[in-house]
Design a protein around this ligand. Structure first.
Ligand code: ZN
Ligand code: ZN
Length: 264
């Protein structure tokens, strides 16, 4: 039996937002926004990226002491889920903000990235584990408790687009010489986010460490101290989603500010 809980998410754009879609010669639009079924969308991957970043930032701000470069609980340190780290990311790992698993460092001492994974590929320095972010959103080879869906705008694209022309022209003046589509401010997007509370078949429950058979420290951040579902839902779901303040591209041009409200 699977027990789950739905949350209604409403995103309101406070500034125009721009999340690029795939161009089509028929539409005649050079830089279209992401559209599904005639409606502007915030793709699940975009929302997930913003959400992931919010959880990471929260963990670092709350549980990491920048002065001593020490974690209050090392198990809460997030991973960077990419195999090639940028110089900036490399520095974050060096300073202890993010974990790294790989046994070998690259030439010049740079870290080789590797996010949380299961089962272990045997290239980890020590018995690996799953970080809190991947516990919720999924690690490589292991499902999480939350599936992040697409957000859909209520307004049809034709209505959005006619509203866009003027704005686009205004923005074009400031730099690019190609027009682009955007979603105006004041647009509302909605979706339903589903969280797994309990899955009796796979023996897992939100707030508790999962029983993983392979050699791993697994959900070490929860193993000795399980957390209540209510606590988890507030701290890692509602509060983190509502902390997302920007989304999409062109942020330096005054784009991207949003407000998110979560209702259970
Ligand atoms: Zn992770
Ligand atoms: Zn490993």
């Amino acid at each position: 039996m699977i027990e789950q809980k739905d949350f209604g998410i409403e995103l309101t754009t406070l500034e125009p937002i721009r999340i690029g879609g795939i161009g089509s010669p028929i539409s005649g639009i050079d830089n279209p926004i992401a559209i599904v079924g005639g409606k502007a969308v915030v793709p699940g991957s975009t929302l997930k990226g913003a959400y992931r970043w919010e959880i990471e930032r929260y963990l670092i701000d709350t549980y990491f002491d920048r002065a001593t470069k020490k974690w209050k609980d090392k198990n809460l340190q997030p991973c960077i889920p990419s195999t090639k780290l940028s110089p900036d990311e490399n520095e974050l790992v060096q300073n202890g903000l993010y974990r790294f698993y790989n046994l070998f460092q690259q030439k010049g001492g740079d870290f080789k990235g590797d996010g949380c994974h299961y089962p272990c590929t045997g290239k980890c320095r020590e018995l690996h584990e799953i970080c809190p972010v991947c516990y919720f959103l999924g690690a490589n080879g292991l499902e999480g408790f939350i599936k992040v869906p697409f957000l859909y705008a209520k307004t049809a694209v034709d209505e959005l687009y006619s509203a866009n022309i003027d704005r686009a022209v205004q923005t074009v003046k400031q730099g690019t010489n190609r027009p682009y589509q955007l979603v105006p401010d004041g647009t509302k997007f909605n979706c339903t986010l589903t969280v797994i509370l309990k899955d009796t078949v796979r023996d897992r429950e939100l707030g508790k460490a999962r029983n993983l058979k392979d050699k791993t420290r697994g959900d070490a951040w929860l193993a000795p101290h399980p957390r209540s579902k209510e606590e988890i839902i507030k701290e890692f779901i509602i509060d983190r989603l509502e902390s997302i303040k920007t989304i999409g591209g062109y942020k330096s041009k005054g784009f991207g500010k949003v407000d998110i409200k979560v209702k259970s």
